[in-house]
Write a protein that binds this ligand. Structure first.
Ligand code: TXA
Ligand code: MG
Length: 315
């Protein structure tokens, strides 16, 4: 019998060499990170980055995050500053992305940064992607491995669902530990959180000063405005469904658990809820439900990031 998943590989030395060779040739591969799975290509190659946008059907105005092995590798591409150094020391490698000014001689192709004068840089912690970054001579432009505006994938089967055989190499790193995307911090002016994540505002606040003003700023993250993280069916927040035909996402201990109830975390643990969020929404859609209602989820700590994703999904 033919193996339909023949493009999914376990990680070993042989696949490491094969992946780096493929990336060098300008191909796109899917790799695990601690947050979600990504669609990776050579960030210095216009040809590779073009493929990523095409594959994801991503609007050209939405820039990509560039992934590096360490801060030593970014000096030519971006302009470092003190806030970056402080946060890097505290949180990297880890699930946090920094927006920095692009340097004049930056080799990151302008398509990857949507022609902006800034670059988003990240240093993932997952050991598989770290090995790949260590041995490749270029950083990786890597958005989440899903068709634009959909849910990020948290395991190889999710990636396969999105792209089937269009990707030649999908590396299996198991289920993503965190399950939602990295925190994005803009460090080009007064530091601002552009996308909440598992590294929370309170932790960041202990290291640098954050600007909380709601003052209207020029749109910094074009991709963050539109509908995003959508399961492909309507999501209604803070509301119970009227009948059992609709799915109900709940959180914490519930007395009456019905067939259409999906609990993100019975223990009311926000980390567990974050790691189950996308998987649960994918499952609900696959089961044929036409709408998802979501119970109130606390807004403290990681709950902020969960509510942020749900809110965008509901737009
Ligand atoms: O956890 C993650 O960050 C995952 C894994 C694969 O690393 N990646 C990810 O990438 O979530 P993506 O493309 O799905 O989301 C990147 C976000 C987008 O909302 C984009 O607008 C923003 O980062 N972004 C990228 N470059 C930017 C820039 N120069 N200025 C402002 N926002 C930027
Ligand atoms: Mg994404």
């Amino acid at each position: 019998m033919k193996n339909i998943y023949s493009n999914i590989y376990s990680f070993n030395q042989k696949i490491l060499v094969k992946t780096i060779k493929s990336l060098k040739q300008g191909n796109i591969v899917s790799l695990p990170t601690e947050t979600v799975y990504g669609l990776a290509g050579n960030a210095y190659s216009n040809k590779a980055v073009k493929k990523i946008f095409k594959m994801k059907k991503r609007p050209k105005i939405n820039p990509l995050i560039i992934h590096y092995f360490s801060s030593k590798n970014i000096c030519d591409d971006v302009i470092l500053n003190r806030n970056f150094k402080k946060l890097y020391r505290k949180f990297c490698p880890g699930p946090i992305t920094f927006i920095l000014k692009k340097s004049k001689n930056s080799k990151v192709c302008s398509l990857a940064t949507a022609n902006l004068k800034t670059v988003a840089v990240r240093f993932p912690k997952n050991q598989i992607i770290r090995k790949i970054l260590k041995f490749s001579r270029f950083p990786l432009a890597m958005p989440s491995a899903n068709i634009s505006s959909g849910l990020s994938p948290v395991d190889v089967l999710d990636v396969f669902d999105e792209f089937k055989k269009k990707i030649k190499i999908i590396i299996n790193g198991g289920k993503s530990k965190i399950g939602i995307e990295s925190t994005v911090v803009d460090l080009t002016g007064r530091p601002k959180i552009l996308r909440p994540g598992i590294i929370g505002i309170n932790e960041i606040k202990k290291v640098i000063k954050i600007d909380f003003s709601k003052k209207k700023v020029k749109i910094k993250s074009p991709g963050m405005l539109k509908k995003h993280y959508s399961p492909g069916i309507p999501v209604i927040m803070n509301k119970k469904p009227e009948n059992s035909k609709h799915a109900y996402i709940v959180f914490g201990k519930k007395d009456k658990i019905k067939n259409n109830y999906f609990n993100l975390s019975k223990k009311a643990n926000l980390k567990e809820a974050a790691s189950n969020l996308y998987k649960t929404m994918r499952k609900i859609k696959k089961m044929g439900y036409k709408k998802i209602f979501v119970a109130k989820i606390p807004k403290n700590g990681l709950g902020l990031a969960i509510n942020d994703r749900l809110l965008r999904a509901s737009k």
